[in-house]
Design a protein around this ligand. Sequence first.
Ligand code: RNT
Ligand code: ZN
Length: 424
Amino acid sequence: MFSYSSDKVEKAYAAAKEVYAAYGVDTDKVMEEMKKIPVSIHCWQGDDVVGFENVSGTSGGGIMATGNYPGRARNGDELRQDMDKALSLIPGKSRVNLHAMYAETDGKKVDRDELTVEHFQRWIDWAKDKGIGIDFNPTFFAHPLADSGYTLSSPDEKGRKFWVEHGKRSREIAAAIGKALNSPCVNNIWIPDGSKDLPADRITKRRILKESLDEVLEQKFSRDYLVDAVESKLFGIGSESYVVGSHEFYMGYVISRDDVILCLDAGHFHPTETIADKISSILTYKDELLLHVSRGVRWDSDHVVIFNDDTLSIAQEIKRCNAYDKVHFALDFFDASINRITAWVTGTRAALKAIMYSLLEPTHLLVEAEESGNLGNRLALMEEFKSLPFGAVWNKYCADNNVPVGTDWINEVKKYEEVLSSRK
Ligand code: RNT
Ligand code: ZN
C-alpha cells in the first residue's frame, strides 16, 4: 500500500490550497472549523450492542448485530481500550456516546431503574483524561420488561413505571456527566415499542407514550449540562407494521415543547427516503437537531457509514444551512462481521470526510448562480466541484492531527488484532 511522506502531504496541500483559494475557500480555516465539529462515536459498535449486564443473546428491541468476528469487548476496560485504539486513528476531537447498558456495577445486579452516575464514573474519568465529551442513551431494550414489545408506551402500568423511572435516571446521569465534563450531554430517548402485525388500536399507545415522555422529561436541568432528544423510527425487526414513536409522533412532540430536540436516524425511514432534505425543515422550527448518521441497507438500518451520496448530502445540507453549531452529529451503526475497530474508524473517518468536503464546498458560488437565475451554471459548478482536490486537504488534516494518513491506519488495526485474538 502507498504511504505518504510528509513532504508529499505538504506539497499536495499547498497545491490544493491554491485551487480552493481561487474559488474563495480558505482551507486553513476549514481545518480550524473541523475542530469545532465533534462527531459522537457510539460505544455499541465495540460489543455488538450487548452491554455489561450479563444478559446473553442479541440486543433485541427490533435491532440486531449480525456476524461473529472475534474479539468483541466484554467489559468496560476492553471497550475503552478498543475505543482508545479507534480514537488514535481518527483526526480531531470526538465525543463518545454511551448507553445505560454500559453501566459498571462491579458485579452487582443493579436494575435499570436503580442506575446512578456512580455506575458511569469510570467512563467519566476516562473521558476527562482525554478531554472529550460524552453523550448518553437510556436503554429501553434487552430487558425482560421490554419483552412485551412495549416500554414507555406500555399499557401495563408496572412495566411503564419501571421504564419511566429508567428514563428519569438516565437524564440525571446524563446531566451529571455533562456537569462533570463541562460539556452538554445529549441524552437520546429511543424506544423499540411497536408491533409485528397490524394493530387494531394505534392511538392508545401513542397517547400513553406522550404521557410517559412528559413524566420522564418533567425535571428541569441546565442546558449547559443536558440536551434532551427523541428518536423516531419507521419499522424494526419484529415491529414491521407499527412503531409507536414514529416520525410524525416525535415531530409533533418536539414542536409541542421548546426543551426537547428531534433525532433523525438516517436508517429509520422508507428504504429510499433520505434525511438530508429534512434538516432545513426541522431547523425552521427548532434551534437544534440530533442526527444518527447510519447507513440503511434493505431491512437493516445500521450498516457502517461510508462516504456516499447520502452521508455527503447530510453534511452538505448542514453546511448550506450554516448549522454545524446547531446539529449534533452522532453515529449509529453496528457490524459484528468485520473487525470492530475497522468499523469505527471507517465510519468515523467517512463522516469526518463528508463534513470536511461540505466545508470546502464553494457554496457561495452555487448560491450566486442560483440567485442570478443561472441554473445551468449551478448544476455545472456542482459537478465540477466534485473533482476539487479535497483528498489533499483531508490528508493534511490527518497529518496535522497526528493520525495516520491514507491507508496507513489499517496496519495499526492489524497489529491490534493480537489484543483481540487474546480474548477467548
Ligand atoms: C435503533 C436506534 C437506536 C439504537 C441505539 C443502540 O433503531 O437507531 O439509536 O441504534 O440506541
Ligand atoms: Zn439511531
